[in-house]
Design a protein. Structure first.
Length: 235
């Protein structure tokens, strides 16, 4: 493919599997590859955004970081979908709980991703686009979480462009049924929709925004394995 390598991914066409698991943190991608994959090799290191391709239970899969925020995952997922022949991207990341029905370590299977971002403006749609997950992936993830006995919720989250917000308006979002906040799912779902591909986001609750509870940075990087179990069961 003439579009590969890209300015952000040094892999050649064919180096990346049709299914890519994407954590935000590239060190989490390395941890996942070391823990779950067989016969893996590094396929990207540009800007420190580590990526690996190997096999999981005999199935070829890639794991690569996507960075923080919709602009970052927007670049990586666009290139994967449109230049590398990737069909499915599953984001695994952390989220801050808004709902009191969620606790630290719970999973959120993101059915819909509301946003305060203007990312959708590029499509010139005369209305408001509602980014959603691929239903087959979502159903498979829910079935897996149920089978494994993991505590989870399925629903709508907020993908925000702002981490340190002056006026968070948590109560207003909660009244609309928003379970948690993160920074990437909406952009991923839009890129998937535009490319005619599949996407799902699985988040682990790393902190509770309302109750002031939080996991440590080390716990975020190395102990959030339940969402990885669920994601890898979907490949």
């Amino acid at each position: 493919m003439s579009n590969t390598p890209t300015p952000h991914i040094e892999a050649r066409y064919g180096d990346i599997a049709e299914t890519v698991i994407m954590p935000g943190d590239p060190l989490r991608a390395k941890f996942m590859a070391e823990r779950f994959l067989e016969d893996y090799k590094q396929i990207n290191g540009v800007r420190g955004m580590l990526g690996f391709t190997g096999t999981y239970k005999g199935k070829r899969v890639s794991i690569m970081g996507h960075g923080m925020g919709i602009p970052s995952i927007g670049i990586y997922s666009y290139e994967l979908y449109n230049f590398y022949g990737v069909n499915t991207i599953i984001r695994v990341g952390s989220a801050g709980a808004y709902s009191n029905d969620l606790n630290l370590g719970d999973l959120v299977l993101v059915m819909g991703a509301s946003t305060d971002s203007n990312y959708a403006d590029q499509y010139c749609i005369p209305g408001t686009f509602a980014p959603i997950a691929d239903f087959d992936l979502l159903r498979q993830a829910a079935d897996t979480a149920e089978r494994l006995g993991y505590s989870y919720k399925v629903g709508n989250i907020l993908s925000s462009d702002i981490f340190y917000r002056e006026f968070p308006q948590i109560e207003e979002w909660t009244k609309m049924g928003i379970l948690a906040v993160e920074m990437e799912a909406s952009g991923l779902y839009m890129n998937a929709a535009r490319a005619g591909k599949r996407a799902l986001t699985i988040c682990t609750i790393s902190d509770h925004v309302v109750r002031g509870e939080a996991c440590s940075a080390e716990e975020r990087q190395t102990t959030f394995t339940k969402m990885m179990d669920v994601a890898l069961a979907c490949i």
